[in-house]
Ligand binder design. Structure first.
Ligand SMILES: [Zn+2]
Length: 604
């Protein structure tokens, strides 16, 4: 930033800018009597004018929305500028030369005139590049590049896209002929010192002018067009007195009004994405200029999204490619969770960026992409869950173990219950288990102990006891087990028991034969099951059948839960939904029938 504008100059600008002239650039004013003028307020929607301007006193006031102030605050508010920018804008308007205080003795003094010269050089450079794009020869490669990305001549023109000729000093010559010195051009970042004097910074590249929020061109982004060019794919203006990449957003000058109005900003990744988004009707799109999205960018956007001192609105990021999840997670669960609740993510399922998406599927698809945004936390957590098969109990438990710590990491405690509830839905698990897991994860130190592996089969579990009882019956008294054929391998939740069910098959002739050729674990288990007493002491048909029926019922209950969990994760609009729903209804009916059999007094 330039130094502070000296107080005397600020006062001069305030006193000599005619507020009614300045306002008249935006609002049609009529004489209102009493030396006042009035018009329709630019800051709120109204049908009859309540926006008053008092030229003699230099201030404005709206009786509708209670906005008011002097000429500088009007420019700040309507153009979304900082104080200094607004004063500079007004000074330019009246062609006044501002003076700046240098912020410290050591920092180079930046005079208003230097700034003005740099901006002027940039403006002329932008016009020069733009004209070159229409020229013959190599510029055609640039035009072809734009065409392939879906941008016709009108689109390129409206964004001021240009071409830097494949010459050492085409731009320098042009600007020096207009009176600029080598020092000025270097200060503007348009040239750099080569072995034999100054050369143009951008050569044989497609050029995007980068505007400050006020609309001034402060620098350029340039893409290489030739394979022989050994430079980076994108080259930007280096830092200058007006080009501060950490505080610049490409497209902000054209997007700012919509951003303020809709309280939404869409952050895309490149210049062509900004163009594609705007052309597709997403007129709040901006991109950083060769740097990551940072605090300075947020600070600038805040000014547009601010409302009565509170930050409202949505910052939507379109991340493309595989790194999307990682980027989102970093942003979501990093140390700094500022504005994270207003942050959303829009990711195209095939990893297309807005520019490619527009080429492939048209404008509506780009608008759709933004419309289908999801909150950052949701996206980050769901990205983690993708690694698990949530159709299985094991997958859900592992998914919960992985994602509960994320919910616990959300700084804003008031959001945790909501995300706990949401996580239960995404996993298809009951909220109590998820709440417990989140609480445990929050209490645990960041090192996090891994839960010890449960010994298998877990004798304490009623389901396992039931499964074990069923296997004892079939192994010890095959004759009474008429319902055995109904029992499937998947009715056993324990993998070892499931394996034994498969081994037994349709019936059992000789247990000793079965034990042969098995691995030690299965052998040991089979021996136990062959001798361990049945819980009732004596096996009869009624007991056997009630155990098998109960086993089926528990298994069906588990399957119903899995299907319900699956349904929770499927959009009801999707085709498969009805099919799975039908499956659920059938399972429920079977389960009820089993239950109604009247199962005696089982302890399971
Ligand atoms: Zn108003």
């Amino acid at each position: 930033m330039a130094g502070r504008i000296i107080d005397a100059d600020v006062a001069h600008i305030r006193d000599t800018s005619r507020i009614d002239d300045v306002v008249a650039d935006y609002v049609q004013l009529k004489i209102a009597g009493g030396g006042q003028k009035k018009g329709l307020c630019p800051f709120h929607d109204e049908k009859s004018p309540s926006f008053h301007v008092t030229p003699s006193k230099g201030y404005y006031h709206c009786f509708g929305c209670q906005t008011g102030g002097d000429v500088i605050s009007f420019v700040m508010k309507i153009e979304h500028l900082s104080f200094t920018e607004a004063v500079e804008r007004l000074a330019d308007r009246m062609n006044y030369q501002l003076n700046y205080e240098s912020s410290s003795d050591s920092s180079p003094r930046i005079s208003g005139s230097e700034r003005k010269r740099v901006l002027e050089a940039n403006k002329l450079a932008a016009a020069f590049y733009k004209e070159q794009l229409n020229g013959p020869g190599p510029a055609q490669v640039g035009r072809e590049f734009l065409k392939q990305r879906g941008f016709d001549r009108a689109a390129a023109e409206s964004f001021g896209v240009g071409y830097a000729p494949d010459e050492w000093d085409a731009l320098s010559k042009h600007l020096k002929a207009k009176g600029f010195t080598d020092a000025e051009l270097e200060m503007a970042g348009l040239t750099k010192e080569g072995q034999r004097g100054f050369i143009d910074r951008f050569r044989n590249r497609l050029i995007w002018p980068i505007h400050e929020i006020s609309g001034d061109v402060v620098g350029f982004g340039a893409r290489k067009l030739s394979e022989e060019d050994t430079g980076p794919k994108y080259l930007n203006t280096s830092e200058t007195i007006v080009y501060k990449k950490s505080a610049l957003l490409y497209g902000l000058d054209i997007a700012k009004k919509e951003i303020a109005k809709t309280r939404q900003v869409v952050v895309v990744e490149g210049y062509t994405d900004v163009m594609a988004a705007h052309l597709a009707g997403v007129t709040t799109a901006v991109a950083t200029c060769g740097t990551a999205f940072g605090d300075e960018h947020i600070r600038i956007l805040r000014r547009l999204l601010m409302d009565d001192d509170s930050f409202r609105g949505e910052v939507i990021f379109t991340f493309d490619g595989d790194a999307a999840g990682q980027k989102a997670a970093m942003r979501a669960f990093g140390d700094d969770q500022k504005f994270v609740t207003q942050t959303f993510v829009a990711v195209e399922p095939n990893g297309l960026d807005p520019c490619d998406l527009r080429i492939k599927s048209g404008d509506a698809a780009v608008r759709d992409l933004v419309a289908k945004r999801v909150p950052l936390f949701e996206f980050a957590i769901k990205t983690h869950l993708k690694n698990y098969d949530l159709a299985t109990a094991e997958g859900r438990v592992a998914g919960l173990r992985e994602s509960a710590p994320l919910v616990a990491k959300i700084r804003d405690r008031s959001l945790r219950p909501e995300y706990t509830r949401a996580l239960a839905g995404w996993l298809g698990m009951d909220i109590e288990s998820v709440r417990d897991a989140v609480r445990d994860a929050g209490g645990r130190n960041s090192g996090g102990r891994e839960s010890a592996r449960a010994p298998r089969p877990d004798q304490a579990s009623p389901t396992i006891t039931l499964e074990r009882e069923a296997l004892k019956i079939i192994l010890q008294q095959p004759a009474v087990s008429t319902l055995w054929s109904e029992i499937e391998a998947r009715d056993f939740s324990d993998p070892l028991y499931e394996a034994i069910r498969t081994l037994i098959g349709g019936g059992l002739q000789n247990p000793a034969q079965l034990i042969e050729n098995q691995d030690e674990v299965i052998q040991g288990l089979l021996r136990e099951l062959l001798v361990e007493p049945i819980q009732t002491g004596e096996i009869n048909q009624r007991y056997a059948e009630s155990v098998f029926a109960r086993l089926r019922e528990v298994s069906l209950t588990r399957q119903v839960a899995e299907i319900k969990s699956k349904l929770q994760r499927i959009d009801p609009e999707e085709e498969q939904y009805m099919g799975i729903f039908g499956e659920l209804v059938a399972l429920e009916a079977k389960r009820r029938a089993l239950h109604d059999l009247g199962l005696g007094e089982l302890a399971f």
